[in-house]
Structures are given as C-alpha cells and as structure tokens.
Design a protein around this ligand. Structure first.
Ligand code: NAP
Length: 478
C-alpha cells in the first residue's frame, strides 16, 4: 500500500483535511494507495506558493527553464518501468500501452523544451512617425491543470510542460481515480532542484479542491481535460473572475466507411481505435457510418475482428488487446447504454455483456452493435467503452450529414480511395481532427482541439504553446 502526500512549495506535506482518497486497482479490486483528499485550504496554500514562485521563475532565461523540462524527460526515462507499472496498477492499462504513455510523456517534455528559443513576439508597423509597436508574448502567471483518469501521466505533461516553459507556475490536480503516477512524478521533480512553488501537485475531489482552484482570483488560466459536465462547471466557476479556460472534453468520433474504401484497412483501424485502453480514449472511434453498397461485406469483416479482440490481466505477457474499465461507475454506464440501445432496436453482433469467466475486474466484452440509427442514445452520447455501434447509410452525403449531427466535435475519420471524398470530408466535417485511412490518434506537434461541446482552446504543437501565453503590446515613441 502506497501513501502519498501533497507536494506544495517544493515540499511534501500533510493535507489540511487529513482525509484520504482510496485508489483501487480496477483489475484486482485491491486498494493500492491512499492519496490526500485535499480541501479548500490545500488549494489556497498551493496557489499561494505558485503565485510567490512565478515572477522569479519567469525571470529565468527560457533556455534555463527548458533545461528543467529536459531533466524531467530524463528522470521519466530513468524510471520508465516503475512509472509504467504504477500506471497499469492504478487504471488497468495494458502494460505495453502504459510503457508507450510513459515514453511519449518523456518525449513531450523534450518536445516543449525544444520550443525554448523558437517562440517569438512581433514588430508591428506603426501609423505614426518615430514609433515602434512591439508585441510581446508573456506568461499568464499561475496555471491550474486538472487531469482525467484515462491518460493521467501524458495529460499531466500536456499541462506542466507548456506552463513551465512559458514562465508560468502550475498547480496540478490529478483525477481522484488515478493520482499515483502524478505523485510518483512529483517525487522525481523533487530531486531536480526546481525552485519551490513552480510545480505543485495536489489531489482532492473535483467538487471541493478542484472547484476552489478554479474559483480563486490567483488563478490565471484553468486547463481541464475531462468530461463536458466538468467543463460546464469550470466555465461557471471561472466566470466571476473571467479566468481564461482551455477545455479538452469528450467526443463522439464518427468513422465514415465509403463503398470505395479498403475494407480490411478500415476494419483494422476502426477496431484499434475502439478497443485501445478498453475504449476509454477521447478520440476513440465512437460510431460508424457505412455505405449500404458494402455494408454486408464490411459487417462480416468487422464482426470477425471484434470477436477476435482479447482481454484480460493488463500485466500478462504478451498483453491482451484490452483490459478492464477504470471503475464500477464506468462499467455500469456502458451496461446501461447497451441495454437501452437494445430496447431501441440495436442488434448485438458481438459481446454485449460482462465476461463471466473473469472473476475480478470491471470487464466489459468488446461489443459490436448493428442496426443502429441516428436517434439512439448510443449514437448521440459518448460511450467511453469497447462498444462500437454501426449505422448503414445510403450514400456519402448522408454519412457526412449524420456525422455532423452531433453535439461533440473532437475527432472524425474517413476511409476512402476517392480523392474527392477525402477532400470533401476534410472540408465538410465539423471536427477539430479528421483522420484519413488511419486510426484515430494525434501527434504532439499537431493541435488537439475540439469543436462545439468538445472544448475551448486546445493542446500540443505551436498553437498549444500559444494557449499558455498572453500578448502585451507596447507603443514606443522616440
Ligand atoms: P471528469 O469526471 O470530468 O474528471 C476530470 C477531472 O476534472 C478530474 O480531475 C475531476 O476530479 C475534475 N473535476 C470534476 N469536477 C470538477 C469541478 N467542478 N471543478 C474542478 N475539477 C473538477 O472526467 P474523467 O471521467 O476523468 O475523464 C473522462 C472524460 O475526459 C471523457 O469525457 C473523455 O472524453 C474526456 N477526455 C478528453 C480528452 C481530450 O483531449 N479532449 C482527453 C482525455 C479525456 P475528480 O476525479 O476528483 O472527480
């Protein structure tokens, strides 16, 4: 059993609340850690430390700040197995994928360290003689980062790396389901000589500690990755201070399979996108629209592929394709959605239940649903599990229209060999990302940003870096 403490002002300390959060291994059901259930006082203490530390942090040359990011990358690499095992234990991510998450996180710190000497201000032409107009890009101040449970380590880096590079300090709150990797990272950071208060890691419930972090006037920006509901509460809580928010929220990614598609490629990519981390990825394939001309052939191939998906112990070698859902609530939500889809007329072609042979863990079988239609909840709401509903459409125009008929707008994909359809999909799909003839998964040099209820702002690459900077324009007469 591990016991974690808050990391505030460069020191590990007791939570003011003395209360704890029990962290469960979703595969074994064992309680594997106690993390602090921090309160409003913890939030205030962490923000005060961050506010105090930020001006001298921003005054360091950016290359020096980047040096700390490089040290973080190296510390992660030096501890890759411990961190991957911690991740697998706290959320049942299969160990191969957990290792990928750790490695990509190290790369992410290096990637943003590489921006140190690259981001720039601007010199703007003046209307007046003897005047220069200079646009500076300056740090925001104190950033509050709030993380989900599905990629707790990578998303932590998505918030810490750009904050520190650009001269802000950060208070980071992990999900109450998965605080362990964040606190293991805090222990590594503690060894790097980072000035106290620059990076603070505090755990506690979103409704108490999280909300206090958002409401504080000390907070310059809130960056949340999480559900639409949490995003809505954060918008409301940040309204009194007009605090900037950057929100990466849920998705309902459509996959369009055209009659001219390479069906084997489409099946492989869609199944991979649906079952990775047991379907608990924001950009996962959430619904399929297949043209009727190839629907029978496609469904036969898809049924075979979904029934071959393996599940089991996330530490087993070789890894199964997927493991459990993260907690009981997620499992029950998926069950209820499939039950409702069945009453609405969906046909279960594969799975559709918990596997009886698994004696522990929140497992749900890889599931394929045929005969779905646009009005069903399973086509309209995020499932976040290994369940793939399919709608047959008469043509590509209908597929585009139904894909866009959605309150989310994160990712989308199209499978086609027609250049015309590719280009129309890119121009007409109203989503932040479109993948053509490949699985859904973004790159750190891209820009991960959702339309509509999938979010505000975004992360990664140059545009993600600019989210963490504010402009300051100086008019200089001489
Ligand atoms: P969640 O329930 O919304 O929780 C996310 C984080 O927000 C947690 O740390 C949570 O704390 C905190 N929180 C909840 N209410 C809050 C409040 N009022 N004020 C401040 N913080 C609050 O989401 P999740 O279940 O962890 O993650 C799954 C969701 O995240 C899915 O919808 C998925 O699509 C989305 N997601 C999106 C992206 C993307 O890039 N767009 C990436 C990954 C995941 P507690 O844990 O204490 O409740």
């Amino acid at each position: 059993m591990k016991t974690y403490q808050q990391y505030i002002d460069g020191k590990f300390c007791e939570s003011h609340s003395k209360d704890i959060i029990e962290v469960e291994n979703p595969y074994t059901g064992e309680i594997i850690a106690h993390a602090p259930n921090g309160d409003v006082e913890d939030a205030e203490k962490a923000l005060e430390a961050a506010e105090k530390a930020q001006p001298s942090w921003a005054a360091l040359p950016v290359a020096e700040r980047a040096g700390y990011l490089k040290k973080m990358a190296q510390a992660i690499r030096d501890n890759r197995k411990m961190l991957a095992d911690t991740l697998t234990e706290e959320q049942a991510k299969v160990s191969g994928l957990a290792q990928v998450e750790i490695d990509v996180t190290a790369e992410y710190f290096d990637y943003y360290a590489g921006w140190a000497r690259k981001y720039e201000g601007e010199v703007i032409q003046s209307d007046r003689p003897k005047e220069n107009i200079l646009l500076y890009r300056q740090p925001i101040g104190v950033i509050v980062g709030i993380c989900p449970w599905n990629f707790p380590f990578f998303v932590m880096a998505r918030k810490v790396a750009p904050s520190l590079l650009t001269g802000s300090s950060i208070v980071l709150k992990p999900s109450s389901d998965t605080p362990n990797t964040t606190f293991e990272f805090a222990k590594l950071v503690d060894q790097l000589g980072l000035p106290g208060g620059v990076a603070n890691f505090v755990s506690g419930r979103g409704s108490t500690l999280g909300s206090a972090l958002v409401k504080s006037p000390k907070t310059g920006m809130v960056t949340l990755t999480g559900s639409v509901e949490a995003g809505q509460r954060i918008i409301a809580d940040s309204a009194p201070n007009i605090t900037k928010t950057s929100l990466e929220l849920g998705g309902k990614a459509p996959c369009i399979v055209c009659k001219d598609a390479d069906l084997d490629l489409a099946v492989k990519a869609i199944v991979a996108s649906r079952v990775i981390f047991s379907g608990q990825v924001c950009n996962c394939a959430e619904r399929v629209y297949v043209e009727s001309a190839v629907a029978d052939e496609f469904m036969a191939k898809l049924t075979k592929a979904m029934s071959e998906v393996t599940y089991g112990d996330p530490f087993k070698d070789p890894n199964p394709d997927m493991s459990t859902q993260v907690n009981k609530g997620q499992l029950e939500k998926i069950e209820a959605m499939v039950a409702k889809a069945k009453t609405e007329g969906a046909e279960v072609l594969v799975g559709g239940e918990r596997p009886a042979e698994m004696k522990t863990g929140y497992f749900y079988k890889p599931t394929l649903l045929g005969n779905c239609s646009q009005d069903m909840e399973i086509i309209r709401k995020e499932i976040f599990g290994p369940v793939l509903p399919v709608v047959t459409v008469s043509d590509f125009d209908e597929a585009l229209a139904l894909s866009n008929d959605c309150e989310y707008g994160l990712t989308s994909s199209v499978f086609t060999t027609s250049i015309e359809k590719m280009m129309r999909a890119i121009n007409e799909l109203k989503f932040g990302e479109t993948y053509v003839n490949r699985e859904h998964f973004e790159a750190m040099q891209g820009f991960h940003a959702g339309w509509r209820k999938s979010g505000i702002g975004g992360a990664d690459g140059k545009h993600g870096l600019y989210e963490y900077l504010q402009t300051h324009v100086a008019y200089i007469q001489y």
